[in-house]
Each structure stands twice: as structure tokens, then as C-alpha cells.
Design a binder for this molecule. Structure first.
Ligand code: ZN
Length: 273
């Protein structure tokens, strides 16, 4: 426990230092996102923002890539692509994204919140209780040892694109056991519906940065979490391509629930109704 916590704090320090400089330089704590979640749900997978440009808006974040070619985890200023075959590679600066949420991470408190023996659901409940208000955005970084982490990634698509809820029927699911690594995620307020994922959304990246993906479930052994409240948000909208023609009027909340959650659990809850 002490060893792992030591690693977390050391890494937290490294993240804290550049963040403080940014806070002074950039004014209010800001989340920047590219495009909106409903466009991604509708199948607008053409990337238009290069990763080199995305990194100007943050050193921490999550998203996906052009043609939905895997899950993105941005950590320590590096953009990692977790492809559908499980490989992790640093995304080239020229690779583009159709949807991402990023920020400069500078934790609100130096000390991480110690965590032990939590399921993913309990972890989310614990973090939710720590939020000063649910009506701001929060970036959250957690580091820990896990009994088990279940993630997914999505296969590269070719036009004509099908909706995301169709793609995730063929998602790759990865199971990590006795693994150490990072949770990179965001809380988005309920009113962000349609724009981002209301509630919690986490991506995982192993300590060695050789595995990860969109988090479906986990059992955390021990670790720590750092919260970074964000009271401002910038939404960059695509200025060309499918985005301009996509019908963003429909309510896609049910599609989002199916896409974001563990397919087994989603199936169970759908069956209950
Ligand atoms: Zn995700």
C-alpha cells in the first residue's frame, strides 16, 4: 500500500508542477472538448482535429481517433491509442480525432484520496460524494493496483458509417488481472447531455502503458485519486464534413447508455424493463 501510494504521489507531483503554471497563465480551470457525443453516437467518425493540435488544449484526457480507430488516453502530455487488437501506441501528431475531452490537469489537493477495495460502481459513488458540486466538470486521475480491470476498444470503421451502438456490438473486450495502472476520466454534469457523457467516463492505461481502453468494470485493490474541478468548458465544433449534416435533434440517451456500459450489464438492465 505504501509503495503504490508513493508511486502515485510522485507522479502526482510531476503532474502538479506544470499545471500550476497553466492555471496562472490560462485563467479559469478549463475543459476543452472537440465535437459533441451525440455526433459520435450518430456515426460522425471522420477525424478533423490533429492530435498535435489537441495537445495544445490539454495534457490529460480521453477520446477516440479518426474512423473510430481505438480508444484515446491522453496522459502526461502523450496521446496513447489503444487499438481494437489491444496494442497501445503513441498516436502520431498528424492522426486526427472526431471526439475528445481534454484539460490541463492540476489537482485541487496535493494529497490524493486513498482508495481500497472498491468496485467500479463503488469508486464512482465515492468520487461523486467528494464533488463540491455536481454542476461543474471534473478531471480525475487515479492510480492503483487492481484485482481486475475490464476494458473495451472499438474497431476501425469504413464509410458509410453505422451508429456507435452498432459498432460496439463488435467491440473488443480486454480483461486485465493483478494489474497496476491509471484511470483517466471526467465527470460531466447532467446538463451536458448530448454534448458529453453525463456522469463519470474513464479510460484505463496500464503502468507500462502497454494496455488499456474504455473502462467497463474493475475491482480496485488500493490506490489514490486526484480531483481537478473545472468551472469552464470550451466546445470546439467541426467546421466541415458530416457534422454539418448530422441530425442532432434526436435524444440519444438510451444509445449512450448501451455504448458506455458493460454489454452484459446493459443487457441485464434492458431485460428488466
Ligand atoms: Zn470512452
Amino acid at each position: 500500500m505504501i509503495r503504490i501510494f508513493g508511486i502515485g504521489l510522485a507522479a502526482g507531483l510531476a503532474l502538479l508542477a506544470p499545471g500550476c503554471a497553466h492555471r496562472a497563465a490560462r485563467g479559469p480551470d478549463l475543459v476543452t472538448q472537440y465535437s459533441v457525443i451525440d455526433a459520435l453516437l450518430a456515426g460522425d467518425y471522420d477525424g478533423r482535429l490533429p492530435c498535435s493540435e489537441l495537445r495544445r488544449h490539454g495534457d490529460f484526457g480521453i477520446g477516440t481517433f479518426d474512423k473510430l480507430d481505438g480508444e484515446m488516453t491522453l496522459l502526461g502530455g502523450a496521446v496513447y491509442a489503444i487499438r481494437a487488437d489491444g496494442r497501445v501506441e503513441k498516436a502520431p501528431g498528424a492522426e486526427t480525432t472526431p471526439f475528445a475531452t481534454v484539460a490541463f490537469f492540476h489537482p485541487d489537493q496535493y494529497e490524493g484520496r486513498p482508495l481500497s477495495g472498491l468496485t467500479y460502481a463503488a469508486f464512482q459513488e465515492d468520487l461523486s460524494r467528494q464533488l463540491p458540486t455536481p454542476n461543474h466538470f471534473y478531471a480525475v486521475w487515479a492510480y492503483g493496483r487492481f484485482h481486475r480491470v475490464t476494458t473495451r476498444s472499438v474497431p476501425r470503421q469504413a464509410p458509410p458509417y453505422v451508429p456507435l451502438a452498432e459498432v460496439t456490438k463488435n467491440q473488443s473486450v480486454f480483461e486485465f488481472t493483478d494489474v497496476e495502472g491509471n484511470l483517466v476520466g471526467f465527470w460531466s454534469p447532467p446538463f451536458a447531455k448530448g454534448v458529453n457523457v453525463p456522469g463519470w467516463h474513464f479510460h484505463f492505461l496500464t503502468r507500462e502503458r502497454t494496455g488499456g481502453g474504455h473502462v467497463l468494470d474493475f475491482e480496485l485493490r488500493d490506490g489514490a485519486a486526484w480531483l481537478d474541478g473545472k468551472s469552464a468548458v470550451t466546445v470546439l465544433l467541426p467546421d466541415a464534413g458530416d457534422f454539418l449534416r448530422t441530425d442532432l435533434a434526436p435524444d440519444r440517451a438510451e444509445e449512450l447508455r448501451r455504448v458506455e456500459t458493460d454489454p452484459l450489464k446493459a443487457g441485464a438492465s434492458a431485460g428488466d424493463r
